[in-house]
Write a new protein. Structure first.
Length: 298
């Protein structure tokens, strides 16, 4: 096939020997099957910011820092140089996440580097060499659904221990090979400690995955893995060996925010009424004294 323009520099540098075929095109990138020596891999070509349909990029980049202070200032100002650095940061975030999660025991594609906005990584296939399907294309028994869901919750837990939340996890960002689920697409992964939206993103990630598997194992719809994991994470009690039950009960005292607000409003109203009564009494006393003085003068 004709070599796409964005892949031509990698072919010229010998990083890619052959572009075999396009694999898929998504909201943030186009993926091609390529040959690198004797290995068949995939090349993820990130789309330019103006052509990406991925929404709320700023929300995902909250808490991300670069080591170079000049680059950080440029990114914050939004200069041309800063926008270029921001794009590089977006690409590098996925490379960094893949390396970190692979070391942490999460099944992700093995990365082989990112050059000029192109990420070379492992092509996930089955034992016959066919490209692994996405989770949304897979049907399964209730038993397998429970098994694979538990595995993905374990991976989400390992990600959180590593300080990362996927941020866009769903049945469309998980591949399934002969050995189970593989998590993909991580450029929007957020820092669990530095991003104020991390918890809500974790809840959404877990809800997306659980809703899909609940089609085959309905009992999963009652689970609360995100809330359980986050509570353990905040307490500093989440580790690789921590068993997950999917059960979680919120502290009623801390959860009933509406009741607390009503009590605060009632207290404020009572205090305002008290102040009004005191002011009224003072005016009455002043009026009486003034009358007595006038009578004495007469």
């Amino acid at each position: 096939m004709k070599i796409p323009k964005r892949l031509q520099p990698l072919v010229a540098d010998g990083l890619i020997d052959e572009v075999i075929r396009p694999l898929m095109s998504g909201k943030e990138a186009a993926v091609f099957v390529v040959r690198c020596g004797d290995a068949i891999r995939c090349a993820k070509v990130y789309k330019e910011a103006s052509k990406r349909s991925f929404k709320q990029a700023v929300q995902y980049q909250e808490g991300r820092k670069v080591r170079n202070s000049r680059r950080q200032r440029a990114m914050e100002k939004g200069s041309k140089y800063g926008r270029k650095q921001q794009e590089d940061s977006w690409h590098n975030a996925e490379v960094d996440a893949l390396y970190r999660l692979d070391r942490a025991g999460v099944r992700v594609p093995e990365p082989f580097g990112c050059v000029e906005g192109v990420l070379l990584m492992e092509l996930i296939t089955n034992d016959e060499g066919e490209v692994a399907p996405r989770l949304n294309d897979v049907d399964m028994s209730a038993e397998l659904a429970l098994e694979d869901h538990a595995m993905l919750m374990h991976y989400v837990k390992l990600m959180l221990i590593e300080g990362l939340v996927h941020g866009d996890l769903s049945e469309f960002n998980v591949l399934v090979d002969d050995y189970g689920p593989v998590i993909i697409d991580l450029p929007q992964a957020v820092d669990a400690a530095a991003n104020n939206h991390a918890y809500s993103m974790l809840e959404r990630d877990v809800e997306n995955i659980t809703t899909y598997y609940a089609q085959f194992a309905p009992q999963l719809s009652r689970s609360r893995y995100a809330q359980e994991m986050w509570a353990l994470y905040e307490e500093g009690n989440l580790n690789a060996e921590t068993p997950l039950t999917g059960e979680f009960e919120e502290d009623a005292a801390s959860a009933d925010v509406d009741a607390v607000l009503l009590e605060i409003k009632a207290a404020l109203a009572e205090e305002e009424a008290k102040q009004a009564r005191m002011a009224s009494d003072e005016q009455s006393v002043d009026g009486s004294d003034h009358g007595e003085n006038e009578w004495e003068e007469k």
